[in-house]
Design a binder for this molecule. Structure first.
Ligand SMILES: Nc1ncnc2c1ncn2[C@@H]1O[C@H](COP(=O)(O)OP(=O)(O)OP(=O)(O)O)[C@@H](O)[C@H]1O
Ligand SMILES: [Mg+2]
Length: 542
């Protein structure tokens, strides 16, 4: 509890306080030598105070030290610093000499002497606390101080011309005390506290900004590579999630196998960003994209002068991935000489740069991916068996899209939403004939092919619905759709034609003449087909 009552000062008393603060100091009876000594003490106190405030970024502990200094050198019996909080409340930030210093004391602005000082921004002096009714209660509770007469000096802490707190000090009552000097001296201490507060708030603001930015960036990364980014609920995909979760937090080498476009790179990202290495780099190297002559220097780096054109040392991908993950994409395309070197890194975690002799140790987790039949590559002699066994520690098979038709619609919807947003279109759904077409196609290019097909459809679509004719030609032919045995060419053409006519009628709100123009034909032909296919043209007029 504070030595000052938190209850509001009665109006009459406030008047008395103002008077008290303005009361003329009694005549000073000490000698000039005494005064000089006091001045020197004040200066050395100020120096100590400034050192205490400048010595740490922890404001609370700095304030405690300042109050302690005031107690030791300046006769402060009790002291406290209160600061204004966001809610307008005053809270004791640090105190010295209080009977219960840890207990939180709150004031409202304008309440009690401290509250008034913060409200008005003006110092208040109470020369004899015992003459103030509001202090009597406190004295009664502190028997050891009951006999001692105290003076209370409270000065505002001002930041950017606004009072943001107060420094209050209890001193032993001395009739000859020069209160104006005390107020001035404590005013200097308060302004030093204000400076420290300013610096602390600037640092906190900057820290808060950096934290917010960091959280935002990490959130962005998580959104991009989190599991939630991998669409699919089919059995094989769920099994894949489990495998990723199981292996992500280990350092095990992972081999991801699956046809082209099945999402192998997505899985590699998910492993890295769910691992303990998530904050370290994820480096990718596409082995098929590099000629044999370049792949080694890309992987391991080179020394200056290693070959013509090497005019400075360059770090390889292994070094760049230090502490993180290296993703060796299309590992099935690496030549035999490089395979030997890769094997050594996998076994010893060390290598030399091209043209160098220094052995470099690395801490890198490897993830490899391929769409090649590695077992066949071994029998054909293009893949070293020992490298295969080193890579094949934990293998994730990504199933082709045709084996997880359950996911196909989810993926199609996901891409529809994504590309509608990207191209600024409002497309609500995929028509039933178009869905049938998507479902019966065998998707040799897997998810990537589906992604491209939906993007094309979004670009072609001028209404709110994706129709069969918006899909790429590869899906249109009965042969490609693998439906040869179920649907005749005649039926497929009829369905397609009906779909086109319905779509045109929808666009023209049932106006057959306009629909004919859209389809580059005559109204007579449209009328004939509408009748033949039993299209309900009336429903488009609404
Ligand atoms: N389950 C999935 N959910 C969402 N998007 C997916 C999914 N699987 C694949 N994709 C998307 O499909 C595209 C192809 O995926 P990715 O590049 O990972 O395939 P890949 O197996 O590495 O192919 P390649 O062998 O040709 O390199 C990417 O745009 C990816 O975002
Ligand atoms: Mg890939």
């Amino acid at each position: 509890m504070s030595f000052e009552s938190a209850s509001a000062a009665p109006r009459g008393e406030e008047h008395q306080l103002r008077l008290a603060s303005k009361a003329k100091a009694p005549p000073i009876t000490d000698t000039p030598i005494d005064r000089k000594a006091r001045e020197a003490r004040r200066l050395s106190t100020l120096l100590e105070v400034s050192q205490a405030l400048g010595g740490t970024l922890d404001l609370k502990s700095a304030l405690h030290r300042v109050l302690d200094i005031l107690g030791r050198h300046h006769g402060a019996i009790r002291s406290m610093v209160t600061l204004l909080q966001d809610g307008g409340e005053l809270l004791v930030e640090a105190s010295d000499g209080l009977d219960e210093p840890t207990r939180a004391v709150r004031y409202r602005i304008g309440e009690g002497i401290t509250g008034r000082v913060v409200e008005t921004g003006k110092p208040v002096v109470v020369p004899r606390v015992s003459h103030e009714p509001m202090f009597l209660r406190r004295a009664a509770r502190r028997p050891e101080l009951r006999d001692q007469e105290l003076s209370f000096v409270c000065v505002p802490i001002v930041l950017n011309r606004k009072p943001v707190g107060a420094l209050g000090v209890d001193l032993a009552f001395k009739p000859e005390r020069d209160y104006e000097r005390s107020v001035k001296f404590l005013g200097v201490v308060a302004s030093m506290i204000a400076q420290a507060l300013k610096i602390q708030r600037l640092i906190e603001e900057e820290r808060g900004r950096l934290l917010a930015e960091n959280t935002h960036l990490r959130q962005e990364l998580r959104e991009r590579y989190d599991f939630s980014n991998i669409i699919g609920t089919s059995g094989p995909v769920r099994q894949m999630y489990e495998q990723v979760a199981q292996v992500a937090r280990t350092n095990t080498t992972v081999l991801i196998r699956g046809e082209s476009g099945t999402g192998k790179e997505l899985i590699a990202h998910a492993i890295h960003y769910n691992s303990l290495r998530a904050k370290k780099p994820f480096i990718k190297i596409s082995c098929a994209a590099l000629p044999d002559t370049l792949i080694e220097s890309e992987l391991f780096g080179y020394e200056k002068g290693a070959f013509t054109g090497a005019d400075a040392r360059k770090k390889g991908r292994f070094e760049l991935a230090e502490g993180g993950t290296l993703f060796l994409d299309e590992i099935g395309d690496v030549n035999l000489a490089t395979q030997v070197k890769l094997l050594r890194v996998l076994q010893e975690r060390e290598f030399e740069r091209v043209g160098g002799t220094e052995t470099i140790k690395v801490n890198v987790r490897l993830i490899a991916a391929t769409n090649k039949d590695l077992e066949r590559a071994i029998t054909e002699g293009t893949l070293r068996e020992d490298l295969f066994y080193r890579l094949n520690v934990f293998t994730i098979f990504v199933p082709p899209l045709r084996e997880r038709k359950v996911d196909l619609l989810l993926l199609a919807d996901h891409f529809l939403e994504k590309f509608s947003r990207e191209h600024g279109k409002i497309i609500k759904r995929i028509s039933t004939p178009a869905i049938d077409m998507l479902m019966s196609y065998h998707w040799p290019g897997n998810v990537r092919e589906l992604e491209n097909a939906i993007e094309r459809a979004v670009l072609m679509c001028d209404g709110q619905v994706i129709h069969a004719h918006h899909l790429p030609p590869t899906l249109q032919t009965a042969e490609a759709s693998g439906t040869v045995t179920h649907v005749s060419l005649r039926d497929a053409v009829i369905a397609y034609e009906k779909d086109l006519i319905q779509d045109a009628l929808k666009t023209t709100r049932g106006n057959r003449a306009k629909a004919a123009r859209l389809l580059d034909t005559t109204e007579r032909v449209v009328n004939y087909k509408v009748r033949k296919y039993g299209v309900d043209a009336e429903r488009f007029k609404k």
